[in-house]
Structures are given as C-alpha cells and as structure tokens.
Design a protein. Structure first.
Length: 249
C-alpha cells in the first residue's frame, strides 16, 4: 500500500533572520504542527525582503508543493512587502479588507499612525483571511499559500486556526534511541538495516556530552509495524557493538 504523501514548503521572509539579529523559531513549530496534520515539510527557505525573491520563491514553491506557508513581512512599515509580493505572484491587485481595517480602527491612534497601521489591512484580491486569536491583524490565504506573521506568538496563533483547511496524508511517526558509540562503529550495520526498510527514514545524529561521543538514531515513517521492527534491529546493533541502547532524551 502506497503512502499518501502531502508536502509543504516553508518560506521565512526577513532581512533580520538573514543578518542574524533575529533567530527563527517558527520553522520548528510549523513542521511539528503540520506533521501532526499529515503534511511533510519538504523544503524550507529563508529569503530577504526583496520583491523578486519573494515572488519567484512563492511561485516556484506553490507549483511544486501541496502547500506553502510564509512568515514575516506583513507589518505596517515600508519593508513589509509580503502582501504586495503575493498579489504580484498571483497577478491580482491589492485590496483593503474591511474586516481587518475595522479591527485595526478599534484602537484609536493619530492619523499618521493609523495610516501606517492600515497597511496591514491590504490583502490580494480573492484572498481569504486567517484568524488571529491574539486580537491583532489577520493573515491571509491565496489558494495553497498561507501568509502569516513573523512574530512567533502571533504566527502560532494564526497557524492554530487553519487545521480544518488542510487535507493531510499519512502521518509520519518516529522512534529514537541513543548510544555512546561513534557513527563509524555501526555505519555498515545501519546501511544494511536501512536497505531492509526502504520506506523508513533512518537518521544518525552524532553528539558530544559528558565528555563522551555518542549517536542518536532516529527512525521516521508511517508504518508502526516497520518502525517497531527497525527499532529492535537498531537496538540489537548497538548491543552487538558493546554498548547499551538508551532512551533518547
């Protein structure tokens, strides 16, 4: 039986991420939430606040993957150009969302501040809104592209509202085990195990802690039966190499 695979691309937009001033934590949250919905993040890109980069990246991703999730660039300042770029990618004009504008006007502000704030009410013509339980401006969806804020708490709130819009596939589950062994000590055995379970991804991740080298082995796939079998074979490999398998921390 063939797995039903649904894929996504995550596009992280922002010069502040590329400069190192801001550390991205959105990707991990998106990937974990999507995996629970049966969507596999197959690609992630970090790109600058540059129109041609955003337009080209989004158009390439939406043609290749089932879903695209963008974060960043939907605020009130001159460099928040994501909405403009998504409209250009789809070849439609920007329009003002009355719903977002009404929400923004609930907080009184001087005219110049309100003018800037209302930039966040602009969405591509034909877009549907993504809820924002934090009470701020909303994101939007154009076909298979979900456009969300870059602030982690706001992005997480937005993402929590779109689960019923996602048609996922088979959920990928994981098993893991750790041992104080160098990768090279068990590499050949792991190659043989991987060959016996082509539908299960077996990853080896070295570490150094407590002044010792070790390896964490992670198995990911949709078959619970194959995951259980592979886990036992990996544990046997660790024991045969003279170490004790440990539950991953």
């Amino acid at each position: 039986m063939t797995d039903r695979v649904v894929t996504a691309s995550v596009v992280i937009i922002g010069n502040e991420i590329l400069s190192g001033r801001t550390q991205d934590i959105n990707l991990a949250h998106i990937a974990q939430r999507l995996n629970a919905w049966g969507v596999r993040v197959a690609e992630a890109r970090v790109i600058p606040d540059v129109e041609e980069e955003i337009v080209g990246t989004v158009n390439a991703a939406r043609a290749r993957f089932n879903y695209v999730f963008t974060t960043g660039g939907i605020g009130p300042t001159h460099d928040d150009i994501t909405a403009d770029c998504i409209a250009k990618a789809f070849g439609v004009p920007l329009v003002v969302s009355p719903e977002i504008a009404e929400r923004l006007r609930r907080r009184p502000a001087p005219d110049d501040v309100m003018e800037n704030r209302l930039r966040m009410a602009r969405i591509p013509d034909g877009a549907t809104l993504i809820g924002n339980p934090t009470g701020g401006p909303q994101g939007f969806r154009m076909e298979n592209v979900f456009v969300m804020a870059g602030i982690p708490a706001v992005m997480q709130a937005m993402l929590s509202t779109v689960g019923n819009e996602i048609e996922g596939g088979d959920v990928v589950r994981s098993r893991s085990v750790t041992a104080y062994l160098g990768e090279s000590q068990i590499a050949s055995a792991l190659t043989d195990i991987q060959a016996r379970y082509p539908a299960i991804e077996l990853g080896s991740y070295p570490f150094y802690r407590s002044e010792r080298y070790g390896t964490t082995l992670v198995m990911r796939g949709t078959s619970e039966k194959d995951l259980a079998r592979m886990l036992e074979e990996v544990k046997d490999t660790i024991i045969a190499a003279g170490e004790r398998p440990l539950a991953d921390k």
